[in-house]
Ligand binder design. Structure first.
Ligand code: ATP
Ligand code: MG
Ligand code: FE
Length: 340
């Protein structure tokens, strides 16, 4: 299965041989091109530039992945591509190339939901989680708590009312003057921060419910930063307090979701899943409460082609495929997917 990811600012391509019991063992190649430099001057992703760059990079990356795997294009048995959610122009590049390639090779095409890709990414690791489990999907565009009864059977337990967790990292970094994209830089800075110098609230944890709201935190950080001496150490201290507030909030809601569903397994995915404090503290919470935590490797937390190849392979194995039209869905409810 060839997997193509082009929903935002990363072009990702991977090739996966289907190994139902250990999907990660079948990963033959994965290549990625990040457009970060292209968008840096603008402080955010420019959709039209993103689409054009996917056009430039996709075919070379497919060739590179085939070379890595030692395969020719005729060896492919299926083509999976991200069909949504995401930027419409960017999605159309991957979907057009993917659908056309499958048509030309006369193999099945699979239109994959990007967030299902993220959700399934931990299955590429050793000892993969089996449903039922709860998934925390924290990325640039989403903060979702999902009950996974089976693959394809998703119930959203909690969602963000405003900014996504990754978006909160990026925006907060920006207002403290860190270059785009700020999320990972802010997390790195937080490692130098001293505990307890600043403290921000844990939004929406003082009332029942599983929804998130992160935009107020940004304002708290802005006010604290403006009133401070704005030294390097202060910047690190603020970053640390901000990261602690987000991580604490996510952990409180994960614990609630596990309690509400009775699940004993927690899957973390999406770019914020790469956050070291979040990973360490969730593992500690799991040891304390008796649940197990599953993460993708760092490279598969953020966007990549491997998770798309995997989601496509799983759905093909259950007999699904896309018809001959090229369809993308910039908005697409995870709960509307068929069971796999
Ligand atoms: P979506 O998947 O919702 O469409 P996306 O694909 O843009 O959004 P991802 O690629 O999954 O998002 O993740 C990118 C996000 O992850 C960015 O917001 C980035 O700041 C955040 N991120 C990456 N690494 C870290 C980290 N170590 N700590 C915190 N946030 C991080
Ligand atoms: Mg990205
Ligand atoms: Fe993503």
């Amino acid at each position: 299965m060839l997997g193509i990811e082009s929903s935002c600012d990363e072009t990702g391509v991977a090739i996966l041989r289907w190994e139902p019991d250990a999907p990660g063992k079948g990963l033959l190649a994965h290549t990625l091109y990040s457009q970060i430099k292209l968008h840096a001057d603008y402080g955010g992703v420019v959709p039209e530039l993103a689409s054009r760059d996917h056009v430039r990079k996709l075919l070379p990356l497919i060739r590179e992945a085939l070379a890595q795997a030692g395969l020719g294009v005729r060896d492919l048995g299926g083509v999976a591509y991200t069909a949504g959610p995401g930027l419409v122009g960017a999605l159309l590049v991957g979907a057009s190339v993917g659908r056309a390639l499958a048509w030309a090779l006369d193999v099945p095409a699979l239109a994959v939901h990007h967030m299902e890709g993220h959700l399934l990414a931990p299955l590429l690791e050793e000892d993969p989680p089996e449903p039922p489990f709860v998934a925390l999907l924290v990325s640039g565009g989403h903060s979702l708590l999902v009950e996974v009864k089976a693959i394809g059977q998703y119930t959203i337990l909690g969602d963000t009312l405003d900014d996504a967790a990754g978006e909160a990292f990026d925006k907060t970094a920006k207002l403290m003057g860190l270059p785009y994209p700020g999320g990972p830089a802010l997390a790195k800075l937080a490692e130098q921060g001293r505990p307890g110098v600043f403290r921000f609230s844990r939004p929406m944890t003082d009332r029942p419910g599983l929804d998130f709201s992160f935009s107020g935190l940004k304002t708290q950080v802005l006010l604290a930063w403006q009133k401070s001496d704005q030294s390097e150490q202060t910047r690190a201290d603020v970053a640390r307090a901000f990261e602690e507030a987000i991580v604490d909030t996510l952990i409180i809601k994960c614990r609630r979701a596990l309690e509400a569903t009775g699940a004993r397994r927690l899957v973390i995915a999406g770019g914020v899943g790469a956050n070291r404090r979040l990973r360490a503290e969730l593992v500690a919470a799991g040891e304390h409460d008796g649940f197990r935590v599953y993460f993708p490797r760092l490279a598969f937390c953020t966007d990549n082609g491997a998770m798309i190849a995997l989601a496509g392979a799983i759905r093909l194995a259950s007999g699904q495929r896309q018809d001959e039209t090229v369809q993308v869905r910039p908005r697409w409810d995870l709960q509307s997917l068929p069971a796999a």
